[in-house]
Design a protein around this ligand. Structure first.
Ligand code: HDE
Length: 693
């Protein structure tokens, strides 16, 4: 049995225990049919003579083939490509003042969780490093039932009302007439939607920013997006927004790198997550909440129910209340990642909704989608979806019913079974909806307070550093530049002229459009440093990956000690060589090259180091693949190190050790220790943006 490795013996993981009864291990077992009959031959179908026709009575063949024919289920209409992991959540201190949610009270309680990260637009087989929003959905298996926090890695959304969701999704999915492009928003229909639905402007700014190309799932924020409510034992409610803050900080790829990874390793993000957990680098995210008192609802210059608006952290601080640790990989991706069913309506006492019209619509959609995807109303009985709190009600039958409900009655009220199961009072844990007073006429309208589409787009733009702004401009030019319809390109430029004149002019210049002169851009001057990844950067190198370039004849004194120091700093280093296999140093020591120039690529590493040794230096500087390797790392602003003769490769690649930032050199093997410190601190910068590319 796979246990939560860092919790063995200490952690009573009820979800893991529950899952265990469903796990099947075929090791050492005889093969059977699905009826448990032992199979004697799995190589040949039953035939009338060894060259004759297959016989209908071959039940084993028919069962095997029928099962195979039905192995696929519909993929999620959005967020189809995802990957999950198990873990636990612990609150830092009791939250009773704000919410009665039981799992947020006792710091010694570890609530099991399952998290699924995803891209939104692409199908199940699409590449992972595409420019897209990332889903960040967490199922907390609490003692009071499942609580799902179904969020994204961006705090705002494209639309304000759920009725527009099918339109939004139709616009970014591949175009219906030719099914192109896959997993990309860089096409006419999406930008046509943006141009005609200007409430999307703020989220588009996020989508064009580096947030849309995360370095890993472990290094991105998560947001509940909507305004929810916390309700305490006294019935007092506060508006709340949820945040996940990655302990490793928020980091991104660069666009050129992201595009190349999509080809070199389309599974880059799931591999990163899987390997991190296997290596014991458990991803950690702190849970934060922003709270607004009910009486302050109207004290902001945005409507707190509008999902296209965030609450600037400088105005409404994020209170960090606990931490989630992902410490166990799933056993089976279909059974867990594919069958997990999230729903923003899965709440526990103490957590309630607001009237955000996007949230309200989501509350309908998620059950509905599981009915078609998972084939019936009993999807809550699938192991990954089962609550650890016992389930008792009068719901019966339906496809794939797994329970054997005993007794004569399946209705409420009854006297034949003493009226069981009985609704619980609030004191007994019964969920009571917050008694918000609501009145109004039935109207198909949106509040005027939702009409400002540009102020926060401008706030976001104001909050970016120069480098981040340039990335946004480049992303717009790429995306809108791929739009074939000139009219749409012009319309997009016109829309973003409402955000910022310089931004609009820069997009226009890149896509053959005119920057409008008659549009007044937003006059917002406020900025929020917390929105900038660069300004809130955490200088941690933990779990990063370094490629060490070395071939036979390398100087092991420039490799082994460095690998040890990097390991101490929590950095993983792997040797890349001419061929995969053992390589021998000048003094006869062996190291394992786990990659060759053919099987790996610099985009798959965070930094590159070239080993020393005369033969190594001579071989590598004349090797085109090695030269390209360091050039590419240089182009992606990564730290590059070299020892002694290894530095000659940098010269061939045109890299100036003295003047280019982020280049660290050890003159000889003796300097390697001091070098490793400089190398690690250069890596902590993550990217050396001042480099002239
Ligand atoms: Fe979703 N969304 N969504 N969404 N969403 C789904 O449910 C929907 C929205 C989010 O890993 C679907 O089980 C509507 C916002 C995540 O399994 C579907 C609206 C946010 C996931 C659905 C939204 C999300 C989904 C598709 C507008 C961030 C993946 C498959 C009203 C807060 C969950 C499924 C997983 C999945 C509907 C908008 C996050 C169709 C109608 C806003 C992370 O039910």
């Amino acid at each position: 049995m796979k246990k939560n490795q860092n919790n063995e013996g200490m952690y009573d993981n009820k979800k893991d225990e529950q899952l265990e009864q469903f796990r099947v291990d075929n090791k050492g077992e005889k093969m059977t049919t699905n009826q448990g009959l032992r199979v004697s031959d799995d190589e040949h179908s039953l035939k009338a003579g060894d060259r004759g026709p297959t016989l209908m009575e071959d039940f084993h063949f028919r069962e095997k083939m029928t099962h195979f024919d039905h192995e696929r289920i519909p993929e999620r209409v959005v967020h189809a490509r995802g990957f999950g992991a198990h873990g636990f959540f612990q609150v830092y201190e009791p939250m009773a003042e704000f919410t009665k949610a039981k799992f947020l009270q006792d710091p010694s309680v570890k609530t099991p969780v399952f998290v699924r990260f995803s891209t939104v637009a692409g199908s199940r087989g699409s590449a992972e490093t595409v420019r897209d929003v990332r889903g960040f959905a967490t199922k907390f298996y609490t003692e009071e039932g499942n609580y799902d926090l179904v969020g994204n890695n961006m705090p705002v959304f494209f639309i304000q009302d759920a009725i527009k969701f099918p339109d939004l999704v139709h616009s970014f999915k591949p175009e219906p007439h030719n099914e192109m492009p896959q997993a990309a928003t860089a096409h006419d229909t999406f930008w046509d939607f943006v141009a005609n639905n200007t409430e999307s402007a703020h989220t588009i700014m996020w989508l064009m920013s580096d947030r849309a190309i995360p370095r890993s799932f472990r290094m991105m924020e998560g947001f509940g997006v909507h305004t929810f409510r916390f309700v305490n034992e006294l019935g007092k409610a506060r508006f709340v927004k949820f945040h996940w803050k990655p302990v490793l900080g928020i980091h991104s790829l660069v666009w050129d790198e992201a595009q190349k990874i999509a080809g070199k390793d389309p599974d880059f993000h799931r591999r990163d997550l899987w390997e991190a957990i296997e290596m014991g680098d458990y991803p950690e995210f702190e849970l934060g909440v922003q709270m607004i008192e009910e009486e302050d609802e109207f004290n902001f210059d945005f409507d707190i129910l509008d999902p296209t608006k965030l609450w600037p952290e400088e105005i409404v601080p994020v209170k960090i209340i606990g931490k989630m640790t992902l410490d166990r990989n799933q056993d089976n991706v279909f059974a867990e990642t594919e069958q997990v069913a999230f729903h923003p309506g899965h709440v526990v006492p103490g957590i309630d909704f607001s009237n955000d019209p996007l949230l309200q619509g989501r509350l309908f959609s998620y059950t509905d989608t599981q009915l078609i995807r998972l084939g019936g109303p009993n999807f809550h009985q699938i192991p990954i979806n089962r609550s650890i709190a016992p389930v008792h009600n009068n719901q019966r039958d339906g496809y794939h019913q797994m329970n054997i409900d005993k007794g004569q009655t399946s209705y409420h009220k009854n006297s034949l079974q003493g009226n069981d199961p009985q609704p619980a009072t609030e004191a007994e844990g019964g969920y009571a909806h917050y008694q918000e007073k609501v009145e109004g006429r039935k109207v198909r309208q949106r509040s005027d307070s939702f009409k400002d589409h540009y102020s926060q787009a401008k706030l976001f733009w104001n909050s970016m550093t120069e480098v981040e702004r340039q990335h946004i401009i480049d992303a717009f030019r790429f995306e809108v530049g791929k739009v074939k319809n000139k009219g749409v390109r012009q319309q997009v430029v016109n829309v973003f002229a409402n955000v910022d004149g310089e931004l609009a002019a820069a997009i226009a210049a890149g896509v053959g459009a005119e920057a409008p002169t008659d549009v007044e851009a937003s006059t917002v001057t406020l900025s929020s440093p917390a929105l900038s990844q660069e300004q809130s950067k955490i200088k941690s190198t933990a779990t990063r990956k370094v490629a060490i370039l070395a071939v036979d004849g390398f100087d092991n004194l420039t490799v082994d000690p460095l690998m040890q120091s990097l390991k101490k700093a929590g950095i993983h280093s792997e040797i890349v060589s001419q061929n995969v296999g053992m390589i021998t140093s000048a003094d006869g020591q062996q190291q394992e090259a786990v990659h060759s120039f053919l099987t790996s690529h610099p985009v798959l590493f965070d930094a590159v180091y070239v080993a020393g040794g005369q033969t190594n230096g001579d071989q590598l500087k004349n090797n085109q693949k090695a030269t390209e390797f360091v050039k590419e790392a240089f182009k992606h602003f990564k730290t590059i190190g070299a020892a002694a003769e290894g530095a000659e490769l940098l010269v061939t690649a045109g890299i100036q050790a003295g003047s280019d930032p982020g280049i660290v050199i050890a003159r000889d093997a003796e300097e390697v220790n001091a070098f490793s410190e400089s190398f690690v601190s250069a890596m902590a910068e993550h990217r050396h943006w001042s480099r002239q590319i």
